[in-house]
Design a binder for this molecule. Structure first.
Ligand SMILES: NC(=O)c1ccc[n+]([C@@H]2O[C@H](COP(=O)([O-])OP(=O)(O)OC[C@H]3O[C@@H](n4cnc5c(N)ncnc54)[C@H](OP(=O)(O)O)[C@@H]3O)[C@@H](O)[C@H]2O)c1
Length: 342
């Protein structure tokens, strides 16, 4: 970091997550002396307005990282594979939002409230987990610290924004077409998403699970340091523009009455419990858009199994699920003086 502030590159700065990365750096008041927005050749010539001035978008190339302290990558796994090593070689620490390095044993996979200490072992690259995994592990870690956890079953209700700007655009267009009685055309999603729900995120694997579902299992295990934790996910795309919602069932090591579970989850950093069935209080996607926190409601002990708990967890996938988690890691790096590759 230069004396006057942090020099930050954002690979994928023109995308749905990249734009939120810029906004979150500003929101957090991080002192940035240089912002270097990087994207494809298509975006060269655009300007990104932030920190009181316009920054020209440059093409993402291997020589785009000279003098950079922290490089936030959010341009897809292939770009992370092709350009993150060059950023590290130029002296930057990479915080990678793609899935490319997440399960690499040498790369920490970090949700700061859960395993910030893993950052200490970085060798230049730190991975940001999958959006649906990040919001789930916050309440899971709270329960794990209180009584221990034995098994997780989750069904997700994931928004169109999880597929980036193209996903948002397609949901708007296909919804308008449906309302106008016109043909429904889909490209980003496997089927038209308007007024429907698709149990299909990523690609189907030989296991019968989708790649998104497998990510939720493997990434949860790595973040929580529970290598054999059984995690079974069903990931569903729903016609919500932004914000992911999840129904989670967790088998605990000890019984935990509902009121105690609420208190344990509410005390965990980054979580807001919004849970009052008597007054119809529970979080929705609309409530969480633009918020950094993760919201939990519908917390209840299973009606027959005292060691089983159910809850509903909602967060802005573009913020805690992506940009905010990455900026949190950047804040941790700067606060601990670890923003240099070792
Ligand atoms: N959306 C989410 O909720 C979410 C959550 C967690 C992680 N992620 C990950 O974050 C990454 C970005 O997602 P997104 O939702 O922001 O997608 P997006 O809206 O489609 O944005 C993609 C970004 O990548 C850039 N890009 C694409 N191809 C490129 C190339 N060949 N060279 C240089 N830049 C290129 C795009 O630049 P142009 O504008 O020039 O095309 C754009 O800035 C992905 O790896 C995704 O898996 C997304």
């Amino acid at each position: 970091m230069s004396g006057a502030g942090l020099r930050v590159a954002i690979a994928g700065a023109t995308g749905a997550v990249g734009r939120e990365m810029v906004a979150t750096l500003e929101l957090r008041g991080i002192e940035v002396s240089e912002l270097r927005p990087l994207a494809s050749a298509r975006s060269v010539g655009q300007l990104v307005h932030a920190f009181g001035r316009d920054w020209p978008v440059r093409e993402l190339t291997t020589d785009a990282f000279d003098g950079i302290d922290i490089a936030l990558f959010s341009a897809g796994g292939d770009r992370s594979r092709d350009f993150a090593p060059a950023a590290v070689a130029a002296g930057a620490v990479v915080i990678d939002n793609s899935s490319f390095y997440r399960l690499d044993a040498e790369v920490p996979l970090v949700v700061p409230e859960v395993n910030a200490e893993a950052i200490h072992g970085h060798r230049g690259i730190i991975a940001n987990p999958n959006c649906s995994t990040i919001q789930m592990v916050l309440p899971l870690e709270a329960l794990r610290r209180a009584v221990g956890i034995e098994r997780v079953v989750v069904s997700t209700y994931q928004s169109a924004a999880g597929a980036g700007q193209a996903g948002i655009d397609e949901l708007l267009v296909v919804t308008a077409a449906a309302l106008a009685g016109q043909p429904l055309v889909n490209k980003t999603f496997a089927r038209p998403l308007a007024f429907d729900a698709l149990p299909h995120i990523g690609t189907f694997q030989p296991s019968g699970y989708s790649s998104e579902e497998e990510k939720m299992c493997h990434e949860t295990r790595k973040i929580m340091g529970l290598a054999t934790l059984p995690v079974s996910a069903t990931c569903v795309r729903v016609p919500v523009l932004r914000g992911h919602l999840e129904s989670v069932t967790v088998d605990l090591c000890e019984p935990l009455p509902t009121e105690q579970a609420r208190a344990v989850i509410a005390a965990f950093p980054g979580i807001v419990v919004d849970d009052d069935p008597a007054s119809n209080r529970y979080p929705t996607a609309r409530d969480c858009v633009g918020r950094l926190e993760t919201f939990v409601g519908r917390i209840r002990q299973d009606n027959t199994l005292p060691r089983t708990l159910h809850f509903w967890v909602v967060s802005d996938n573009l913020l805690k699920g992506a940009a905010w988690n990455a900026v949190q890691i950047a804040e941790y790096l700067t606060q601990t003086g670890r923003h240099h590759a070792s």
